[in-house]
Design a protein around this ligand. Structure first.
Ligand SMILES: *Cc1c(COP(=O)(O)O)cnc(C)c1O
Length: 431
């Protein structure tokens, strides 16, 4: 496959963009090689600047559940462009999107009554945490190793050593003071949570987690564990925040909360909610949102929040999501997964809804430390094997894959055949 124009663009990019990219994982550092510069997408396929096409299993990291350039979304955006790109004043489009979302989740999540739109998942989580602290008048937040919540200072944190569980910054440039109120705990461990609540339960503002962690491999949790988190937060006057930036509108319209039938106090959204444009949101009960500016003392604002073009794209996207679509995607993923797992390779596929992930071993891990680091080398080889055969996976073995509704059985068969061919070659090479 000729990718000379990608190589040329990467050389230019390196001179003007740090690492040649605007978000680190795009730089291919964990799989090696030169990042591919893409030019266009249609349905489930993307085309690079050299004219090569690929079936897209990354889907812009999750937003494109209906594939690229769905005609309904394009039409909605075009119609809005005729009116305005931004007005910075209330518009009907944000009321419509809020009504649509809250109306659809009303029966499964009756406590989710208000929503505020922002421009990214990071912003949504950062604001939800601030609101939780303002509402409870407490400062400490429990988060889990293996969950990603965007790049805001306080949440770029890893577990401290020993018994002292206060988090330490996971990034240079984040002062310790920013993370000292974040307690980082291991996933899948009731005792760890219980001990913290026994010691300082009246200081905990909230527990935040991805109900289905999908940013550090796919770490599907036990349902009893999630129920336990719901119960212990309620008993201690702390809030439960589900970061549904990936799960929301992906596992079900009402995200993991609806899929697992567990209602958190606050939910954050991103990715799919903007239909491919930059939108995030956080949502929750009326009494919690009564504290948010302008009604209350918790400040939060955004110049382009509720942007009418992004709202129109989001609404058109969400109107495409019905039960039939979710069932269809889940069936497709299950079929793919069982066909692959039947082969008995060293790698297996795990998944939920339309999210899938390859891992080495027999049991899907529930904690990040149970992921085999060495297996990432195999993933890197698989990534390039697929890439050279017109299949685009996320350029890191810690990232999950997404099916889109634009995929036909033939695309999934091609994917299955290609990964099987790869693992058969690995076996033949004694790897
Ligand atoms: C992607 C993601 C974020 C960050 O969203 P951005 O739009 O990239 O800022 C936060 N939380 C989760 C669970 C995510 O998957």
């Amino acid at each position: 496959m000729n990718r000379s124009r990608s190589e040329e663009l990467y050389r230019r990019a390196l001179k003007v963009l740090p690492g040649g990219v605007n978000s680190p994982v795009r730089a291919f550092r964990s799989v090696g090689g030169t990042p591919v510069f893409m030019e266009s997408g249609q349905g489930c396929e993307i085309k690079d600047v050299d004219g090569n096409t690929y079936i897209d299993f990354c889907n812009s990291w999750g937003p494109l559940i209906s594939g690229h350039r769905h005609p309904d979304i394009l039409r909605a955006v075009q119609r809005q462009l005729e009116k305005s790109m931004t007005l910075g004043i209330p518009t009907e489009s944000e009321v419509e999107l809020a009504e649509y979302i809250l109306g659809k989740i009303k029966t499964s999540l009756p406590g989710i009554q208000k929503i505020r739109f922002v421009s990214s998942g990071t912003e949504a989580v950062m604001s939800a945490v601030r609101l939780a602290r303002g509402f409870t008048r407490r400062n400490k937040i429990i988060k889990f190793e293996g969950c990603y919540h965007g790049h805001s200072d306080a949440l770029l944190v890893k577990a401290g050593s020993g018994l002292v569980t206060a988090g330490i910054p996971d990034s240079s440039g984040v002062p310790e003071a920013m993370t000292s109120d974040i307690i980082v705990l291991p996933l899948d461990d009731e005792n760890a949570v219980q001990e913290v609540f026994a010691r300082q339960g009246d200081e905990i503002a909230a527990i935040i987690l991805e109900p289905v962690p999908a940013n550090n491999g796919l770490l599907i949790q036990r349902e009893e564990y999630l129920q336990f988190l719901r119960k212990i937060t309620r008993e201690n006057g702390a809030l439960l925040i589900f970061d549904e930036v990936i799960n929301g509108f992906r596992l079900a319209f009402g995200g993991a909360a609806e899929y697992l039938r567990i209602e958190p106090d606050l939910i954050t959204y991103g990715k799919i909610i903007g239909g491919g444009l930059p939108v995030g949101a956080f949502a929750g009960r009326n009494d919690i949102f009564a504290l948010l500016a302008p009604d209350g003392p918790v400040y939060q604002a955004g110049t382009l929040s509720g942007n009418p073009v992004a709202m129109a794209a989001g609404l058109a996207q969400l109107k495409l999501l019905d039960d039939a679509l979710y069932t269809n995607l889940e069936n497709k993923r299950e079929k793919l997964q069982s066909a692959f797992n039947q082969k008995g390779f060293a790698f297996n596929m795990t998944g939920i809804g339309s999210i899938f992930w390859f891992y080495q071993g027999q049991t899907p891990p529930r904690r990040p430390d149970l992921i085999d680091r060495e297996s990432m080398k195999t993933y890197a080889r698989m990534f390039h094997f697929c890439l050279d055969r017109g299949i685009y996976l996320a350029p890191s073995g810690y990232e999950v894959g997404f099916l889109s509704a634009a995929m036909e059985d033939s695309h999934l068969q091609r994917f299955l055949d290609t990964v099987c061919e790869f693992f058969e070659k690995e076996v033949a090479n004694g790897k």
